[in-house]
Design a protein around this ligand. Sequence first.
Ligand SMILES: NC(=O)c1ccc[n+]([C@@H]2O[C@H](COP(=O)([O-])OP(=O)(O)OC[C@H]3O[C@@H](n4cnc5c(N)ncnc54)[C@H](OP(=O)(O)O)[C@@H]3O)[C@@H](O)[C@H]2O)c1
Length: 334
Amino acid sequence: MSDPTRFRAMVVSENEDKTFSRGITERSADDLPEGELLVSVAYSSLNYKDALSASGNKGVTRNYPHTPGIDVAGTVVESAVGDFAKGDEVVLTGFDLGANTDGGFAEYVRVPAAWAVRRPDGLSLKESMVYGTAGFTAALSVLRLQEGGVTPESGDVLVTGATGGVGCLAVAILAQAGYRVVASTGKESEKDFLTGLGAADVISREDADDQSGRPLLRGVWAGVVDTVGGNILATALKSAKYGGVVTCCGNVASIELNTTVFPFILRDVRLVGVATPDCPADIRATLWEKMAGEWKLPNLDAVTIDCSLDELDGHIESILKGGVRGRVVVDLSR
Ligand SMILES: NC(=O)c1ccc[n+]([C@@H]2O[C@H](COP(=O)([O-])OP(=O)(O)OC[C@H]3O[C@@H](n4cnc5c(N)ncnc54)[C@H](OP(=O)(O)O)[C@@H]3O)[C@@H](O)[C@H]2O)c1
């Protein structure tokens, strides 16, 4: 284990000319924010939000210098609370970690104890980071479909942005839960990857991005897990079946949503928001239990891209362009 007085971290800095640069530098636990738990980071993972933080997006991170990394799996090395002791293995996702609190692209983080979940039995520290915030978001989206009454018998479920982190895990979890999943992707070459995860059918991004201007299309989806927003989300709403449920978690395509009221007033379609950072503790516990149990994927390796802190930079550039397939897991011991 490295030394908390001298450890490696990615630090993103704002330059005088308002550009941003990032590099791996040495930090000390004295530099970290206050918090009850000092955690030695075993693994982190790369999410789209991390790439925004790592490239100077002030909607995600207000102040620099900053260490991104919204996900951490690691071991408690100091605890100021009775709930956790030195040696406990914990998983940290969401809250302010990696946004405006120094995050997991570092060998140590210090966080409030309320942000920590014990590593679930059934998941290794590494497996918990294959899921990470992306998996947690996919799982919450699936839970929201189920709460909305979408069952495997209701019909097909569409996942957009399907090769991305949230998308690929949503495809796999839905398939595992018995749904017939249709995956939409901009990466034509990744059809086999998606069918390998359990997609029954794969359609192109263009097919999920209606340009006809019609207010309603043929209703085909019982449920949609949308991870991209914009016109693809609008298309999902107008092609949902009567009573369909459409979840919305992301904005890689656009933050805009132009829709008519027709999907809602003629087809009883429901649009459900998915926001993980402040997810209540009881839902957080339920979802980790499901990811470690009934929704645990047999093929987690298939979605995993292993990476060291030094190798992370290229993956950050790639995810910003929508180029990552699956989940980049950062091994802090490498
Ligand atoms: N609300 C929350 O709590 C929450 C939590 C986690 C993530 N998110 C959001 O969910 C989204 C996905 O996150 P992620 O970490 O899974 O990102 P990701 O790994 O980059 O996946 C996004 C995928 O979307 C597709 N895509 C990229 N650019 C696109 C474009 N211009 N138009 C249409 N599709 C495009 C690509 O998949 P294909 O090539 O297969 O189409 C890409 O792989 C992000 O917006 C993120 O901020 C929100």
